[in-house]
Design a protein around this ligand. Structure first.
Ligand SMILES: [Zn+2]
Length: 123
């Protein structure tokens, strides 16, 4: 028997906190089905029909735009947050006055000076 591992697929998801109704409505769009305020539940259309989402459950948008619910403990075990990648910037600091210069490109040692000393690249 062969073994398989899930490919790392990035999905959109939102946690229904019981309070962020507008946010969840916006996220699920036409698939929003209803809200049961007394039970702090919302109902979302999934590929398996309407599904009750309890407070703290996650709503996941799959790669084909389909929605499915996920319990918070399963979500935490299965997914991790993706940090949006930002354009890389390099920071250089003067060891005397702590002035910081940001640069889009890495500088050679000795290209940036402050207080007659080469600025040190900050991690
Ligand atoms: Zn300086």
């Amino acid at each position: 028997m062969a073994k398989y591992r899930k490919k790392p697929v990035v999905i959109d998801a939102i946690q229904w906190t019981g309070k962020n109704l507008d946010e969840c409505k916006l996220f699920t769009g036409d698939n929003f089905y209803g809200h049961v305020p007394d039970l702090r539940e919302i109902i979302v259309k999934t590929s398996n029909g309407p599904y009750v989402v309890s407070a703290n459950d996650y709503i996941i948008k799959g790669i084909q735009g389909e929605f499915y619910p996920c319990k918070p403990d399963i979500f935490a075990a299965t997914y991790e947050a993706v940090t949006p990648s930002k354009p890389e910037e390099y920071a250089y600091k003067c060891s005397v006055c702590s002035r910081i210069i940001m640069s889009k490109k890495p500088q050679m040692v000795g290209e940036l000076y402050c207080h007659r000393k080469p600025m040190i690249q900050k991690a």
